[in-house]
Design a protein around this ligand. Structure first.
Ligand code: TYM
Length: 339
């Protein structure tokens, strides 16, 4: 129990991102910037969810390169290993083991209702594999293994988080308190950054149209071009409102980049056209990403350092998650391993 003399235990945060190619401004605004901001106040555990990535076929050499680059990029974004853990999911075998256990407490019907499964199985109709189906119970294992209190994600992960809670409650209901039931942490602004080419759809790194997303490693000229070409409407007034998906999206991005409220943005661009606004958004993003890109270039050249970082974090993560796995296995009734 906490007493006046013992320092209060910090709450635990867990989150992860897939290294499935380009990391986008959507990932950054919806999730990564919050990861960075939460590090002082929480015990943060972050992972590169590479086991999730093979639910879609990967080219081995590209997959390896993407994972290392994503690792370096997240460090460049501000993940601080003096405060947080940041490891590669496949290096910590407890995730896959706990996922198997949780698969047996997850219903076929529940997984069938996941909208991401429905979307992805349409998109990859030639490879609707069992891993794609069971993806959310691996996600539940990631989170529950660390007894996480909170999970900072974008809006698209909300349904998976609800399922995670249901699985944890079901298991606890059968065996007694085993897993902490986690809460989602979804930002008020920027929880769903939309495509620059179709603002009714989510900005996604797997979009075939490169103009629809901004990658964190895009060159300044490309970023400016993408914002100049962003689809808006014919109203021509920088105002937040219904039917103005494109402008609402740009205002969300600008607000996160500059810290300005919608009212301040409307005032700043009063009497100015969309052209001026798009330029300002592009410039704000370029300025924000510049130091991140510079740090990335430095880090990606130092593979030995990266290896040291992800190995050290994985060792600690394994120790923490093994405790939860052992506890869950004991409750289910497995014979205790004696080694
Ligand atoms: P992933 O890799 O698709 O995305 C990483 C994070 O970025 C958020 N995000 C967005 N936020 C706002 N606007 C967008 N357009 C946008 N696109 C992506 C996502 O919500 C996510 O927070 N299954 C997860 C990875 C994962 C995970 C976990 C997350 C594996 N295990 C455990 C949390 C906890 C995924 O594919 O995210």
């Amino acid at each position: 129990m906490e007493t006046a003399n013992t320092p209060e235990r910090k709450k635990v945060i867990f989150s992860a991102i897939q290294p499935s190619g380009t990391i986008t401004l959507g990932n950054y605004v919806g999730a990564l910037r919050n990861w960075v901001g939460l590090q002082d106040d929480y015990d943060c555990i972050f992972a590169l969810a590479d086991l999730h990535t093979i639910t879609v076929r990967q080219d081995p050499a590209k997959f390896r390169k993407n994972a290392l680059e994503a690792y370096a990029l997240l460090l460049a974004c501000g993940i601080d290993l003096d405060k947080s853990l940041f490891f590669i999911q496949s290096h910590v075998h407890t995730h896959a083991e706990l996922a198997w256990l949780l698969n047996c407490y997850t219903q076929f019907g529940e997984l069938s209702r996941m909208t991401q499964f429905k979307d992805k199985s349409q998109k990859h109709a030639d490879n609707v594999n069992v891993g794609l189906f069971a993806y959310p119970s691996l996600m539940a294992a990631d989170i529950l293994a660390y007894q996480a209190d909170m999970v900072p994600v974008g809006l698209d992960q909300k349904q998976h988080l609800e399922l995670t809670r249901n699985i944890a409650e079901r298991f606890n209901g059968i065996y007694g308190q085993t897993f902490k039931v986690p809460d989602p942490y979804i930002p008020k602004v920027g929880a769903k950054i939309m495509s620059l080419q179709d603002p009714t759809r989510k900005m996604s790194k797997s979009d075939e149209n490169v103009n629809s997303y901004v990658a964190l490693l895009d060159k300044p000229d490309d970023i400016m071009r993408k914002f100049k070409r962003a689809i808006t409407d014919s109203d021509a007034q920088v105002r937040y409102g219904e039917g103005k998906d494109g402008i609402n999206n740009l205002m969300g991005i600008y607000s996160v980049m500059t810290g300005k409220t919608n009212e301040e943005i409307e005032r700043e661009f009063d009497g100015k056209g969309y052209g001026d606004f798009k330029l300002a958004v592009g410039e704000a993003v370029v300025d924000h990403l510049r130091p991140i890109q510079e740090e990335f270039t430095r880090l990606i050249g130092d593979k030995a350092y990266l290896e040291q970082c992800y190995t050290k974090s994985a060792e600690t993560a394994l120790r923490i998650s093994q405790r939860t796995l052992d506890k869950a296995m004991k409750k289910v009734g497995f014979v205790k391993r004696a080694f």
